[in-house]
Design a binder for this molecule. Sequence first.
Ligand SMILES: C[S@@+](CC[C@H](N)C(=O)[O-])C[C@H]1O[C@@H](n2cnc3c(N)ncnc32)[C@H](O)[C@@H]1O
Length: 200
Amino acid sequence: MPVKETTAPQVLLNNIGTLPELLSNIASNMLLEIEIGCGNGHFLSMYAEERDMSYLIGVELKQKRCLKALKKIQTYKLSNAAIIRGKAEELIEQLPANSVDKFHIYFPDPWPKTKHRRRRFLRMTNLENLCRSLKPGGEILFCSDIYDYYLQAKLLFLISRELRLFEAPPPPQVLKSVFGRKFLSVGNEIFFISSRKLTD
Ligand SMILES: C[S@@+](CC[C@H](N)C(=O)[O-])C[C@H]1O[C@@H](n2cnc3c(N)ncnc32)[C@H](O)[C@@H]1O
């Protein structure tokens, strides 16, 4: 099993201003993966547990959910995950260019109504920052049970000159999170999409 070399703090419940310090403590041989809107940390903790060469940062708006996510990180004794409380929009603005290996965006829609589309996280300005901070070859993985949001994501990925869609199954932990299980249990279809930043 590969040896973890990160010296980054195990957890971090603070604000986005602490991001540079956190990043500077992640060993250079680790992949950097970020979950946008990590909720209670179900996906993040299960995924980080199986990826000891990745460092996972979850960003989440709601304090209670951050605390639950932190608790999971501590319970599983994960040394490769941290949670930052704040707006994902602000976090991605501060990420260095070409620094992130993977963004995970799962069930991000707190506003499923069509009239609230413009508030969705996945919109052009945010996508530009995601692309800027992705390494060449880095990936954005997205899923939603809202078909309309899936189409919006697909369209944005397609018109981006920096991204290409590719076929891949979702990481299995996505469907095991509270939201994944909830949507599957009521028979909702889950729409998954992956895109990769071009290398030249
Ligand atoms: C439906 S939950 C999904 C949680 C998790 N991704 C999962 O699959 O289990 C969406 C989460 O995104 C968070 N969220 C929504 N907009 C956000 C934003 N702009 N920045 C950070 N978190 C956000 C919400 O507070 C909520 O906890």
